[in-house]
Design a protein around this ligand. Structure first.
Ligand SMILES: Nc1nc2c(c(=O)[nH]1)N[C@H]1C(S)=C(S)[C@@H](COP(=O)(O)O)O[C@H]1N2
Ligand SMILES: [Mo]
Length: 328
């Protein structure tokens, strides 16, 4: 859906690259929509299907207004088509094309996220409450998969810290666990014993509270397509993609470092931290370079991978003094 094509809006700044200019234009429009009070006027969610229309607009303020302004990726956003057709979402199959093909069966409403564990205000948050919990921001982040490919995504959401502060963690809350949906009726991939379902991930408390860490509800100014983790997913841009759990149903605050699904499956390959690090190779893949979806050829790994995926100025301090080879 290219709603910008028809609305007749003239962008005041001439830009060198057409897709970027179009995109900037869209951002300005979104800004206008948000200012005009369109925020919250979400259309009904529809299941995502390959070739089907996109799920509908999701207005957001540009993240440039927020505390994370300096971290915004200047890279050209990866085309919507690539972002939504080349996915890892093993609950729908292990082929990159499977999630777009099969995630249409995911029912994203009603949806609640349970918040439990070491918090003073545990409870169930329904999707509508979450959508209004904090102002929606658009943030363009790089996403680097441990398999050696990457993309640049304009996410829509807000800092996870907004929710964390509201639920008032106790002094015992040292880690946060993210539990995602595991429903055999909706997720054909669950019949394969690839991982111990549900898919669970975790962050250290300071990582979870970091302003870059976000709960995302949309991308490209629209509601998240199911294959990207609808209706709500985590985005942790300085860590390998698998730390960013999709279709989250539970957030649990705990005292001890929780075991993640990937750690449980292959502990020698997947650590708890999994910070993007070009100097620490995965046993099966070099992490020095990466292939950018939509730019590099299918197998060419042309780009040097950046320390902490380029977010070292923002997050490096979290790991000061830590041996990143040991804590991979
Ligand atoms: N529930 C769940 N979340 C998941 C995964 C998954 O298989 N199941 N795959 C992860 C991996 S390996 C990556 S790289 C990212 C991919 O997100 P994207 O498809 O939106 O690019 O989602 C992560 N979150
Ligand atoms: Mo990944």
């Amino acid at each position: 859906m290219h709603f910008l094509k028809d609305h007749g809006f003239q962008h005041p700044i001439a830009s060198e690259i057409t897709p970027r200019a179009v995109y900037q234009q869209r951002r300005q429009l979104l800004q206008g929509l948000a200012a005009a009070g369109a925020l919250g006027a979400l259309p009904a969610l529809r299941p995502a299907q390959a070739q089907s229309p996109r799920p509908g607009k999701l207005a957001a303020l540009p993240g440039a207004r927020s505390a994370v302004a300096g971290a915004m990726a200047l890279d050209k956003p990866t085309p919507y088509k690539d972002v939504t057709s080349y996915n890892n979402f093993y609950e729908f199959g292990t082929d990159k094309a499977d999630p777009a093909k099969y995630a249409g069966s995911l029912k994203t409403r009603p949806w609640t996220v349970a918040v439990e564990g070491e918090v003073r205000k545990p409870g169930n948050y329904d999707l509508d409450t979450l959508l209004k919990l904090a102002p929606m921001e658009e943030r363009i982040y790089r996403l680097r998969c441990v398999e050696g490919w990457s993309m640049v995504v304009p996410w829509v959401g807000w800092s996870l810290a907004e929710l964390i502060r509201k639920v008032e963690p106790t002094g015992n809350a040292k880690f946060v666990q993210f539990i995602t949906l595991a429903d055999r009726a909706q997720m054909p991939g669950l019949s394969q014993a690839v991982l111990d379902w549900p898919y669970v991930e975790g962050l250290r408390m300071d990582e979870a509270l970091h302003p870059l860490t976000m709960l995302a509800f949309g991308l490209y100014g629209e509601v998240l397509p199911n294959q990207n983790g609808a209706p709500v997913r985590l985005v942790v841009p300085w860590k390998y993609g698998f730390k960013s759990g999709k279709s989250i149903v539970k957030i649990r605050f705990v005292e001890k470092q929780p075991r993640t699904s990937w750690e449980a499956a292959i502990p020698s390959e997947y650590g708890f931290y999994s910070n993007v690090n070009p100097k620490v190779d995965h046993p099966r893949w070099s992490q020095a370079t990466e292939r950018r979806l939509g730019e590099d050829g299918l197998f060419a790994k042309k780009r040097p991978t950046l320390m902490f995926n380029g977010y070292e100025p923002q997050v490096g301090q979290l790991y000061a003094g830590m041996d990143l080879k040991k804590f991979y």
